[in-house]
Design a protein around this ligand. Structure first.
Ligand SMILES: Nc1ncnc2c1ncn2[C@@H]1O[C@H](COP(=O)(O)OP(=O)(O)OP(=O)(O)O)[C@@H](O)[C@H]1O
Ligand SMILES: [Mg+2]
Length: 254
């Protein structure tokens, strides 16, 4: 009988989309307070795994427990305790940023005063200064990402899922977000983050899961991986060697 008190437990989780096996028998257990970096090439199955872990997608087989709760059996209880920053910008386009955060805060049963106070802090800290009354659909890509991060944090989650949080974020805000994440970790919040920015992953995460074609290739702390896969120098070195290196980068007509 496995211990259900882990922050996240995936037990032989698979997801099939028609002919595509997006995630294949993924098993991993993440202790509370850890910061997991989920790495893999485009199409490796990171977003699909995160979507199954957060209850957005139902696995074809296998089980997911979040903070001891089965995600499929307790979707609402799980959603109350986690924060999710999705990869796509599926925000409500016809709302302003404040209206959107009021909506999200309301779902988490925060009172209006708390929501407005936290919203102002989010806008200020993340430099999200949209003109008053501007609709989310007119936001730049990075502005939508910042708002999505704010929405994931507004209720103070115990477990945070971030799907490519640094994609399209300016270098100044990137430093701010790194600081926010470092401070959340020091307060015991568990974080799962997919990212292609290996230097940030190396700097922030204490454990890594590297997936390829839906399968787990390597899992453990950075030092575990160094022991198991030899001295690879940078994380990029390990990643490239696990993926079999990069293509030559020549196009015949150029
Ligand atoms: N809704 C869907 N219907 C059909 N196939 C899907 C669906 N969602 C994902 N896939 C497929 O599953 C595989 C994994 O996709 P996924 O989005 O999880 O990759 P990823 O690791 O997040 O990639 P990226 O780094 O580009 O974000 C891909 O082959 C993708 O085409
Ligand atoms: Mg993805």
């Amino acid at each position: 009988m496995s211990d259900r008190t882990a922050a996240l437990e995936l037990d032989t989780v698979s997801k099939q989309f028609g002919e595509t096996l997006a995630v294949s028998e993924l098993t991993l257990r993440l202790e509370r307070g850890s910061f997991l970096g989920l790495l893999g090439r485009n199409g490796a199955g990171k977003t699909t795994s995160i979507n199954m872990a957060t209850g957005l997608l139902r696995p074809t087989s296998g089980s997911v427990h979040v903070l001891g709760l089965d995600v499929c059996e307790h979707p609402i209880d799980v959603k109350r305790r986690i924060g999710v920053m999705p990869q796509d910008d599926s925000l409500l386009d016809y709302l302003t940023a404040s209206q959107f955060l009021r909506f999200v805060g309301g779902v988490h049963r925060l009172d209006r005063e708390t929501i407005d106070l936290r919203s102002r802090e989010i806008f200020e800290t993340l430099d999200l200064d949209a003109p008053k009354g501007a609709l989310i659909r007119d936001f730049s890509y990075g502005m939508k990402k910042k708002l999505a991060l704010g929405a994931a944090l507004i209720h103070g989650p115990e477990l945070l899922f971030l799907d490519e949080p640094f994609e399209g974020i300016d270098p100044v805000t990137s430093v701010t977000i790194r600081t926010i994440l470092g401070s959340l970790k020091s307060k015991g919040v568990t974080i799962v983050m997919s990212s292609h920015v290996l230097e940030i992953v190396e700097r922030l995460c204490d454990s890594l899961a590297i997936i390829d074609k839906g399968r787990l290739l390597a899992y453990g702390t950075l030092s575990d991986l160094r022991e198991r896969h030899g001295e690879f120098g940078s994380l990029e070195g390990l990643f490239l060697s696990l993926m079999g290196g990069a293509k030559p980068g020549e196009l015949s007509w150029l």
